[in-house]
Design a protein around this ligand. Sequence first.
Ligand SMILES: [Zn+2]
Length: 124
Amino acid sequence: MHELSYATSMLDTIINAVKEQEKDGKKIKKVSEINLEVGELTFINIEQLKFAFEVIAEGTICENAKINVQFIKPLAVCKDCGYEGNVKAEDEFEIYCPNCNSMNLKFKGGKEFNIKNIVVEFDE
Ligand SMILES: [Zn+2]
């Protein structure tokens, strides 16, 4: 499952970031929120991602963390007519230029999967 691999890499990245922050001597009790930036061209099913994350995060510092997602619209350049801008991405294999209907597009954005930031609670 596509979403499980994203969830696994998310968890690894966050756990490493937490360890890095704890080097200052502060102890992080839990990760309460995770803010993601997801490009629409990743075709990630957010519900499945949340579910997969919930399962693998059980027993870790990320257990019960709330996941917030900000979507990034795809930005394409048409190699046929020169159109540059947002395109609709309903299906991974059928993305057309809104100007000339060509599929000869180059993408500049929309495949992002970034952890923008996380909200943590410190141990008192
Ligand atoms: Zn075009």
